[in-house]
Design a protein around this ligand. Structure first.
Ligand code: PLP
Length: 522
């Protein structure tokens, strides 16, 4: 850690029998690795055996004409292959994951134990309802917590990720407007929004218009008010926003949007910074998704599926998808299936998915919430914000921090590439961080900041871990400022050297193809 030198040698993968391989080659497709060379050897392939002798072939022209092409590996060979791959990877269990906007935090092992209890792990969605009362109880109890923590009226638990939750919320807004005979055509989205926001609005059939930001990185309230009108269905605002700043005018924004007949969608991906401290319902929000896989510590990225429950205001709750949990006086009632709804939820827009959503994520999230309690969750937000401000203030002399002048940040610290010498940019810093043993921070997002570097440490990092990361980032930034050209070709010590990202994006290789050598050996 903190090394200021690179040796310039190519990385040797920790794979037996491959030598230098193709480390350093550009391109997203990868080159020869152990798996390729195993596949290339003329191994027996049980699934490609000779055709059965007896019986008439009834497949007609559906018969396979080429070998099926499975590798035919033994169990230890397969285990070793995946274990080797896992050792080339970076994971939250290996080190700090500074990805801004992603809230990559430790996944407590208690959650995993709960999710693996057979009563949760082994159930089937079509089991008789009276055999899954415990699982339904978990969903309902989590729903109650989400309603309480957000101060909202109801919650749709089924959306499968944040972006799916956005779609759910926008469909509720559309259903509410259609119900009052006032379909509208425009959704306003701030310039700093996550790409899923405009994508969701467009997918739901709306025209998307930008709301400009103020110089201190927040929504320009006056510009927003000026744009409101009878064609605006609603706004989608992220709070805290993707510059890591709290939208202080949120209540004024909600009031103005409501006065103009629209609805307020809040992107709740950054809820970690305010959980237990601020209730979005008090800010006039009508719909907000909660990424259980961010705020409530269920694994994500390569680690597992997402889950994006959507909390709704009293105005939108009647339109929420089934199944739906709604506040009734002092009780909460889960509306399980269409047949049981009766006259209680007749305006639902339909369903977001079959069945009830991501059971494993619900179980993990509830385990996390119950093990923290109300006071513990409050401390999550406080510690996450403290850690982000520690990173911001430790590095704002080394890197340009565009909004550092406007006060403390929330859960993430934002830097730009201003002040780096000619020829050096964000990608060089990010790639050099890999050589220091870290996953890079989020790069080039939000778009409102040139060469953005967005760092979110989360509350699960200790001061020692933060100091080590800060030291690494500072040393990389100082090397860039000193014109160290080795940064331009970093990473030097990773399984792959710098990739041609344009090629990888334009011509992604998404399907495994059998190497020519293996075909020739048939
Ligand atoms: C992560 C994120 C989303 C999308 O959530 P997914 O679960 O990845 O679909 C939306 N907005 C913001 C600000 C996010 O950080």
């Amino acid at each position: 850690m903190g090394s200021t030198e690179t040796t310039g040698v190519d990385f040797d993968p920790i794979l037996p029998g491959t030598g230098r391989g193709t480390a350093g080659e550009a391109g997203g497709g990868g080159g020869a690795t152990t798996s390729d060379s195993l596949a290339a050897s003329p191994l027996h392939r049980p699934s490609d055996g000779p055709p059965p002798r007896a019986g008439e072939d009834r497949l007609g022209d559906l018969s396979r004409t080429a070998p099926i092409g499975l590798p035919g590996l033994s169990e230890p060979e397969a285990v070793r292959h995946y274990t080797r791959l896992s050792r080339q990877n970076y994971a939250i269990d290996l080190g700090l994951f500074p990805l801004g906007s992603c809230t990559m935090k430790h996944n407590p092992r208690l959650n995993e134990r709960m999710a693996r209890l057979p009563g949760f792990a082994d159930i089937h969605p079509l089991q008789p309802v009276d055999t899954v009362q415990g699982a339904l109880g978990v969903i309902n109890e989590l729903a109650v917590w989400l309603i309480e923590l957000t101060g909202m009226y109801g919650v749709a638990m089924t959306p499968k990720a944040g972006a799916h939750g956005e779609l759910c919320g926008i469909l509720c807004i559309r259903a509410a407007l259609e119900a009052r005979g006032d379909p509208r055509s425009v959704i306003l989205v701030p310039e700093s929004a996550h790409g899923t926001n405009p994508a969701t609005a467009a997918f739901a059939g709306y025209k998307v218009e930008d709301i400009p930001a103020t110089p201190d990185g927040r929504v320009d309230l006056e510009a927003l008010k000026a744009r409101l009108g009878p064609d605006v269905a609603g706004v989608m605002i992220t709070n805290p926003n993707t510059c890591g700043l709290f939208e202080r005018d949120m209540k004024a924004i909600s009031d103005a949007v409501h006065a103009a007949g629209g609805y307020v969608y809040c992107d709740g991906a950054n809820f970690n910074a305010i959980v237990g401290r601020v209730r979005p319902g008090d800010l006039g929000i009508d719909a907000m998704h909660i990424n259980l896989h961010k705020t409530f510590s269920t694994p994500h990225g390569g680690g597992g599926p997402g889950s994006g429950p959507v909390v709704l205001s009293e105005a939108l709750a009647p339109y929420g998808p089934l199944p739906f949990t709604e506040r009734h006086a002092d009780r909460h009632i889960t509306l399980v299936e269409e047949e049981t709804v009766g006259d209680r939820h007749p305006h639902s827009f339909g369903r977001m998915s079959a069945f009830h959503g991501q059971m494993g994520m619900f179980t993990r999230a509830l385990a996390y919430i119950l093990s923290h309690g109300a006071d513990g969750l409050r401390q999550v937000a406080e510690d996450a914000v403290l850690n982000a401000n520690y990173v911001l203030r430790s590095l704002d002399k080394t890197l340009d921090a565009p909004f550092a002048h406007s006060g403390p940040c929330m859960h993430e610290a934002l830097f730009s590439d201003n002040g780096l010498p000619e020829g050096f940019s964000t990608i060089d810093i990010a790639k050099a961080l890999i050589d220091e043993g870290y996953h890079p921070m989020t790069m080039y997002f939000p778009l409102v900041v040139h060469g953005a570097m967005l760092v979110e440490p989360t509350e699960t990092e200790s001061k020692a871990a933060l100091d080590q990361f800060i030291g690494a980032l500072r040393s990389v930034a100082e090397r860039a400022k000193a014109g160290d050209s080795s940064l331009k070709s970093a990473p030097h010590f990773a399984p792959r050297r710098r990739l041609d990202e344009t090629l990888a994006a334009r011509k992604p290789v998404l399907v495994w193809k059998e190497p020519e050598a293996a075909k020739a050996a048939e």
